[in-house]
Ligand binder design. Structure first.
Ligand SMILES: NC(=O)C1=CN([C@@H]2O[C@H](COP(=O)(O)OP(=O)(O)OC[C@H]3O[C@@H](n4cnc5c(N)ncnc54)[C@H](OP(=O)(O)O)[C@@H]3O)[C@@H](O)[C@H]2O)[C@H](O)CC1
Ligand SMILES: [K+]
Length: 498
């Protein structure tokens, strides 16, 4: 699914009205009806007093249409027009007139004295600014947003939280509980810096013209379940362990053997046929008892890896989990990188070793997958000012070394030399020890099964996140563990293939 800019969305609006011969008012009604349907399926108590804060543009127009629909269906609605401009868009002005005819309580807010008390409302619908925001919020609009943010009420933002910048850092905006955006994902809605403004983000279909959308060019994409369903290979009925790929996980050191167990279990649960773990001697009995399905090749050293030598021919390698950064391990890792030709995933200490030896990045096979969290990324590419800067620097880095970067976060990003993919699955429950080790195992397994690296990264990240969505009502987010991720990989496959 494409992620587009505000300008591109405005263009698609225009094309939709032209191609389908409908007015912009009709399109506004379509968008508002989609929001109304979303809202009324969640908030069924019509006695719940709702306040709609509308601006003077088309976002405000949406708010007014929604207010009219809510009142018509029996909800108690009050509209407050935040008159930050004397200029009303045509469609907004039309709906102000209609709302007055329909006796909807409307109050204009033009100065501080007009600020209403919010104590009587349970829900605030934020329709002050949408994607037309083009400068910092000041004046009465700022005062209203400050008051809304202090109210402690549930705030549902139409399209985007008012004040959210579409193409740079946002310093001030509505702190929405939920944001219900019109069909096209906007990058700003999925950036870590903006998490406090967007709340939970929902996409609603408003029937924009598909041709207009497909004509739009972008380098930003939103990974959807449908896309992953289409890229998953069917299981060959004559499959046997020799044909389903052989994953090799390299890592572990004294006290950090669990990471290799988790990565190895995850690899097998993701469907590869064979798993081998390359570990220091201290890890052999740990692996063999914790995860008997894995084969083990042990290093000559007891506590950490000092020479990565093996005779097997893995279809993919996942290296770095629990590896440690001891000098002998670094040297062993260097020699491994010099001779490795298998598709490769590098995580954790493997990334930190690369950060200390950046010239080794040139040894990585093309389309090697690195899976840093933001701290590990900053050690690789240096610091960044804000999320947009981070994305562009990461894409440059991916381009320079022909890599795929899986940048873990609330919305994990997958960045290669051209494009940026935003993962749509996952919950905060994934922020748990070993979650990254499991992701390494999942992606290594998909690589071993023959998926192209970019597909392996996208499917791996989506499946990893989906396990948390599927567990959300069964396992409390606080007690969701890395092993729960592994135990739910099969359920994720069922859910995707459904
Ligand atoms: N396809 C869709 O997604 C559809 C979305 N719709 C809704 O339309 C809005 C976008 O509406 P737009 O009229 O372009 O702009 P806004 O309503 O977001 O803003 C209104 C005007 O406010 C001015 N502005 C911008 N920044 C500020 C500021 N900081 N302070 C004061 N005023 C500001 C600006 O006008 P200027 O002339 O002053 O530049 C804005 O135009 C979208 O978000 C959806 O909610 C459609 O309803 C249907 C299709
Ligand atoms: K809004």
């Amino acid at each position: 699914m494409k992620i587009l800019t505000a300008e591109q969305i405005r263009e698609i609006d225009l094309k939709t009205t032209t191609y389908e011969n409908i007015s912009s008012l009709e399109l506004m009604k379509r968008a508002s009806k989609a929001f109304f349907d979303w809202f009324t399926t969640r908030f069924t108590d019509k006695n719940l007093p709702v306040s709609v804060f509308s601006g003077t543009g088309n976002n405000g127009g949406d708010g007014l249409v929604v207010a009219r629909m809510l009142q018509k269906s029996g909800y108690k609605v009050n509209v407050f027009i935040v008159e930050y401009s004397q200029h009303y868009s045509e469609d907004c002005a039309h709906n102000v007139r209609r709302a007055k005819v329909e006796n909807i309580p409307i109050k204009k807010i033009t100065s501080t004295g007009d600020l209403p008390s919010l104590s009587g409302f349970e829900i605030i619908i934020d329709a002050i600014f949408g994607t037309g925001l083009n400068r910092e919020v000041t004046g009465i609009a700022r005062e209203v947003i400050e008051k809304i943010n202090r109210s402690g009420k549930k705030i549902i933002s139409i399209d985007v939280p008012s004040g959210l910048s579409m193409n740079g850092k946002t310093y001030f905006a509505v702190h929405a509980t939920e944001t219900v955006t019109m069909q096209i994902p906007k990058l700003a809605l999925y950036l870590p810096d903006n998490r406090n403004f967007t709340g939970e983000v929902y996409l609603i279909n408003i029937g924009l013209n598909e041709t207009a959308i497909s004509d739009a060019k972008t380098a930003f994409y939103f990974i959807t379940k449908q896309e992953i369903k289409e890229l998953l290979k069917p299981l060959d009925k004559f499959a046997h362990k020799g044909t389903q790929g052989h994953s090799l996980l390299i890592g572990g050191s004294i006290g950090k053997m669990g990471s290799v167990c988790l990565a190895s279990r995850a690899a097998l649960k993701t469907g590869c046929g064979l798993v081998t773990a390359y570990v220091p001697k201290c890890g052999t009995s740990v692996l063999q008892s914790a995860f008997p399905e894995a084969m083990v090749v042990e290093d000559r050293n007891d506590t950490h890896i000092t020479g990565i030598d093996f005779t097997i021919h893995p279809d993919a390698v996942g290296a770095g989990v629990g590896l440690s950064e001891s000098p002998e391990t670094q040297h062993a890792f260097y020699r491994f990188l010099q001779q490795n030709k298998s598709p490769l995933v590098i995580d954790a200490d493997g990334l930190n070793i690369l950060s200390k030896n950046k010239e080794w990045l040139a040894l990585l096979p093309s389309r090697t997958i690195l899976t840093p969290h933001p701290k590990e990324l900053s050690r690789l590419i240096g610091v960044w000012n804000e999320d947009y800067d981070k994305i562009y620097k990461t894409r440059e880095f991916a381009k320079k070394y022909r890599l795929i970067i899986v940048l873990k976060g609330a919305y994990t990003l997958i960045i290669d030399s051209e494009n940026v993919y935003v993962n749509s699955s996952g919950t905060p429950a994934l922020a748990t020890a070993g979650s990254g080790d499991v992701l390494t195992g999942i992606i290594t397994s998909l690589l071993a099964q023959g998926y192209e690296p970019l597909d392996a990264a996208k499917a791996g990240v989506f499946i990893h996140g989906l396990t948390a969505n599927l567990s959300a009502t069964k396992i409390h987010a606080r007690s969701f563990t890395a092993s729960d991720i592994i135990d739910n990989i099969g359920n994720a496959y069922f859910d995707i293939e459904k």
